[in-house]
Design a protein around this ligand. Structure first.
Ligand SMILES: Nc1ncnc2c1ncn2[C@@H]1O[C@H](COP(=O)(O)OP(=O)(O)OP(=O)(O)O)[C@@H](O)[C@H]1O
Length: 611
């Protein structure tokens, strides 16, 4: 438990370099490349064009303020009042403009935020990427990445063009103004700001890594807590609270250690930056007042000089601000970019790789289909050809890990790697029933009606279905069909598997795929569930290890280690074959020497043996 880190960070991600800039561009481009967002473009272009105008206004204002100070010293009331009202109206104008721009920017932010979140969620859902990420477990907390980082990313990036332009115009106008008073002062401000920038860079460079670690540690802590929630029952069985507390505390300690590190670092660097700022406050003493006392400048020019110096300093300081700004932005960009890169890689691998061709018809047919794992690491069953017509049933058997469930995953469209043509019925006619059923949030009625959502079933009809699947007291036991509980925790696995069979009875799919769907019920119950399934008239394919379910199927597809396969009559199969140890390809297998058997003539199933 000394280091239970789940989140790995590539050290290259710590750097503020071209890769970070490319990632910012990768994330921002899709929104701005879409013509539908012309309003955002218009607003952005407008603010950029208006920027130099405001720079000119501030340049003029600095002079006008100096004239006002001189009018005050010269007791010229009329001039002073005229300038006062001019400044007053310009101030109101600036405020109104600021308010309008703030509203428009907020609207643009919201539009980009909504678009980018939808864009990411759509890509997360397409090509079953969410499933691939969950299975590979190589991108931590995808939900947190999307939900937490999009908005701060946009807030920072949306202001960048204006901020950069504001910096340039600010430096230009302040330099012109200041040089008009004293070129010494301009030199001082430039040198001061350059030193300040070096200082800031030295301070913030280590901070990037610290902030990155802090974000990752917080996500890691959240993940540790989530695992406890997700595995509550198993932990309770093992009485694993102490160990779990240890792992959660160890993650929390890392969060606190990172935050304290940032805090102490802030105190240390704060002393340096504050001391440096004091040099700035002494500047007028050396460079401005001597000019006034020697009569080289008027009183009003003091204000102009100090305002211009402050303006230039501020503009140059903005350059420093980019360093902490990027330091804060980097972890968010990296976390978002990693997931987008994963989407890209997924699409790329789907483009380049061999894919099983899917056709739709009212039967299941495999025409020379070879199956692979999603990353293409493993070849599973090869060149499988067989047809399953309406009313047929098939059981897939074979040694553990040989690829039985994978075959169902390919039929469900979860795994597409491989070759050959797979004909499948329309999605609406098909139901997949996994070993661990999915219990949705909602009341008991919703569980049973899932996924059909049928509203025409009366309570009595639902009760009749429950009796067929050996759950006669379910409704009564849980206080009615409207009882709302966390069903995945309340119902035993055997009960959940029976609920799955109830769903089949209610939804009445024409084709059913069952992946060890009766593993947690006893053998008499299993027999009743299969009999109920046969009564529906559905065509079904099961994966299973128990020899007791063989008799409910017409044929068995036996997968062999090495990619071979054979078709056998499930009613006359050797029970030992349910867990075979065969390792040869089909051609080499002993069973292959005897040609695949046709199913009994009365079930009408057509069977194509591989060549
Ligand atoms: N997401 C995945 N990515 C890569 N390989 C995987 C993935 N899931 C499973 N595999 C591998 O694919 C192979 C077939 O797995 P599959 O679950 O289909 O076996 P199975 O025959 O159903 O096993 P069991 O009888 O134990 O359920 C295994 O070697 C497994 O390690």
């Amino acid at each position: 438990m000394s280091d239970s880190r789940t989140i790995q960070i590539d050290p290259a991600d710590y750097r503020m370099d071209g890769r970070l800039m490319r990632r910012i561009w990768r994330l921002a481009k899709p929104y701005w490349a879409d013509r539908a967002h012309w309003k955002s473009w218009a607003l952005m272009i407008f603010t950029i064009l208006v920027n130099p105008l405001w720079a000119y206004v501030s340049y003029r204002l600095a002079h006008v303020t100096a004239e006002q100070a001189n009018a005050l010293v010269g007791k010229d009331s009329e001039q002073w009042h005229a300038i006062f009202w001019l400044l007053f109206y310009i101030g109101i104008g600036q405020w109104v403009y600021g308010q309008i721009m703030s509203v428009l920017s907020k609207l643009m932010h919201m539009q980009w935020y909504r678009w980018m979140t939808e864009w990411m969620v759509t890509r997360y859902m397409s090509n079953k990427t969410y499933y691939d990420i969950a299975m590979r477990d190589d991108v931590d907390n995808p939900d947190e990445r999307i939900q937490e980082n999009v908005s701060p990313f946009i807030s920072t990036v949306i202001g960048l063009p204006n901020q950069i332009l504001g910096t340039i115009t600010g430096i230009t106008t302040s330099t012109i103004l200041l040089t008009q008073v004293s070129s010494n002062m301009t030199g001082f401000v430039v040198i001061y700001s350059a030193v300040s920038m070096v200082l800031q860079t030295a301070i913030y460079w280590p901070l990037i890594r610290k902030q990155f670690d802090s974000v990752a540690a917080a996500a890691d802590f959240r993940f540790g807590l989530l695992r406890v929630r997700d595995n509550a029952e198993t932990i309770a069985f093992f009485r694993g609270e102490a160990m779990e507390q240890k792992q959660v505390s160890s993650r929390l300690r890392r969060v606190i250690a990172n935050q304290m590190d940032i805090f102490y670092y802030g105190i240390k660097t704060g002393v340096i930056t504050t001391a440096f700022q004091y040099i700035w406050t002494l500047m007028p003493l050396w460079l401005v007042y001597p000019l006034y006392f020697s009569g080289q400048i008027e009183f009003g020019t003091i204000a102009l000089a100090t305002t211009a110096a402050a303006g230039l300093r501020q503009a140059l300081t903005t350059l420093d601000d980019y360093i902490p700004l990027f330091a804060g932005l980097a972890p968010k960009v990296v976390r978002l970019a990693q997931i987008v890169e994963r989407f890209d890689a997924m699409e790329e691998s789907m483009r380049g790789a061999d894919k099983i061709t899917i056709k739709r018809d009212n039967l299941i047919e495999l025409d020379n289909v070879s199956f692979q794992t999603p990353g293409g690491e493993q070849q599973l069953a090869q060149d499988v050809s067989l047809s399953i017509h309406p009313g047929d049933s098939l059981i897939i058997i074979g040694q553990t890990g040989v690829g039985k469930s994978s075959m169902l995953r390919s039929m469900a469209g979860l795994w597409m790697r491989g070759t050959g043509t797979l004909t499948m019925p329309p999605d609406d006619d098909v139901m997949f029933v996994p070993q661990k059923p999915y219990m949705m949030l909602g009341n008991l009625r919703a569980q049973l009606l899932y996924p059909s959502g049928r509203s025409d079933m009366t309570d009595a009809e639902i009760q009749a279905v429950l009796e067929k699947v050996c759950l006669p007291h379910l409704i009564e036991k849980h206080g009615g069909l409207d009882a709302d509980r966390d069903w995945s925790k309340v119902l035993s696995l055997g009960e959940q598997q029976r609920v799955s069979f109830a769903r089949i009875m209610i939804s009445r799919p024409k084709f059913v795929f069952l992946d060890e769907s009766t593993s947690a019920v006893d053998i008499p119950t299993e027999a009743k569930l299969y009999s109920a399934l046969i009564e529906t008239g559905a065509t079904f394919i099961s994966v299973g290890h128990r020899e007791t379910i063989l008799r409910f199927h017409d044929r068995a597809l036996r997968l062999l280690v090495g990619g071979g396969w054979e078709i056998v009559d499930s009613r006359h199969i050797e029970p030992t074959l349910v867990q075979p140890l065969g390792s040869a390809r089909k051609q080499e297998s002993s069973a292959a020497e005897a040609p695949a058997k046709r199913p009994p003539a009365d079930d009408g199933a057509e069977m194509v043996a591989a060549t």
